[in-house]
Design a protein around this ligand. Sequence first.
Ligand code: HPA
Length: 175
Amino acid sequence: SGVLTELVVDNLREIPDFPEPGVLFRDITPLLANGKAFANLIDGLAAHYRGHIDAVAGLESRGFVLAAPLAVHLGLGMITVRKGGKLPGPVLGEDYSLEYGTARMEIRPDTVVAGQRVLVIDDVLATGGTAAASISLLERAGAQVVAVCMLLELAGLGGRERLPGRRIDSVVTFP
Ligand code: HPA
């Protein structure tokens, strides 16, 4: 949506050569630090999803920062999709490949209600590995993942192609 796109664009910081030379890092901390902007973002997302979802799943770590206020705003619960090894069991886990090596996401399946409509939210869609693993976990636990909301989509990294058939709502897309 246009107003949310402008809100996010206006509150981003672009940092050249971070975390390594040649990478232009898009930093959302100015948005989070601006109380009005942060509140307007959450209000806007809530208006968009109200009535269409039953729970909000946040992807550790920056997805938690968005999922928690959105869930509270909508009167819904939040599902925490965590990095491997952080949650006490029983957990479901899913390994996925990174540029170098592998990573793992985990959930407690007892935080998912069978058939509930879940929104997955995170800050950045890059290669899509974390999102794909997280969606798989949520569906294995019985959720119906109805949409994926990303503040920033870095389209050149191919994340959308790694999530075929998914509704992906990116607030801002960079080539
Ligand atoms: N910003 C934040 N997180 C990221 C980025 C970025 O530009 N690229 C990959 N992860």
